[in-house]
Design a binder for this molecule. Sequence first.
Ligand SMILES: *Cc1c(COP(=O)(O)O)cnc(C)c1O
Length: 357
Amino acid sequence: MTRETNDFAQQFASDNYAGICPEAWAAMNAANQGHATAYGDDVWTTRAANEFRDLFETDCEVFFVFNGTAANSLALASLCQSYHGVICCDASHVETDECGAPEFFSNGSKLLVAPAVDGKLTPTAIRELATRRQDIHYPKPRVVTVTQPTETGRVYSLEELQAISAACKEHDLSLHMDGARFANACASLGCSPAELTWKSGVDVLCFGGTKNGMAIGEAVIFFDRKLAVDFDYRCKQAGQLASKMRFLAAPWVGMLESGAWLKNAEHANGCARYFADRVGCIGNLEVVSKVDANSVFLNAPEDILNALRSRGWRFYTFIGGAARIMFAWDSDLKRIDALLSDLEECACAASTSSTTK
Ligand SMILES: *Cc1c(COP(=O)(O)O)cnc(C)c1O
């Protein structure tokens, strides 16, 4: 079978190409015993929520939804009224990849977009947007959302987050974190989930399970319980209340009890470093920015990228303008080596053809 037709071969287009990790799978299997009360009134859901309280070292309020778009949109909607504004950066998933869901579920809260480098908001950008207009004709800024790690694979340091949180407090803004890859940020910084969230001023976190090795599911975690009032109704109305909730919750129990959430992220981040260390030595290729998490962005001439595509490799180029190579909980070093050697061959062929022209 040629590489092009092997549909089961690992790709590095996104971490959501990967399957379900053994720990999540085993917990789903264990939950598949007999009957359980529906809509979250079951032991698995209680256990999963308590696991999060242990992990975050606080009595947070926890909800389970199907995907990240819903998690972000509903969390943001719970933080503002329809006439409020949500400060985000131009590359943020809520702005570029959620089909207007944050505005839809908040009945029109406007995203106030800051131009940003590496997908990072800064206190200066927040202050600028929070004070740009004070009149009644403009939406009142009420929330700030940050993505950790960012869409371009950078991680906010604790100091950066604390400075953002200070700017939020100055302007009476809540702080939301899109943590579709939150585990990768924890693995990257080596700090505790508590330090990375409520201890640094985060009010609500969307903790991604899908890209971390689960089949489906994100947890919405409110560190300020007052903000979670009626969130269950919001989920239900949005079609995000699973009736067989135990199957959304159980994988979290498997991930958190076993430590797989962190192990998976460490593996994926390690693969990104491995790849970046080697790909940087290939002529004509340039790693665009610092590799903090599980993605590497490559600047490469279009003919090299096309040659790679024709060898069956998939990757996205619409994020940040470069080729994104992204690693998952199960990324296989042999397959990474195969990509590296194809890259080397394609780069070499491209440079010989350009010198013989
Ligand atoms: C993947 C992702 C999400 C969630 O996307 P869904 O497809 O809705 O699950 C949210 N934010 C970021 C930054 C993501 O990469």
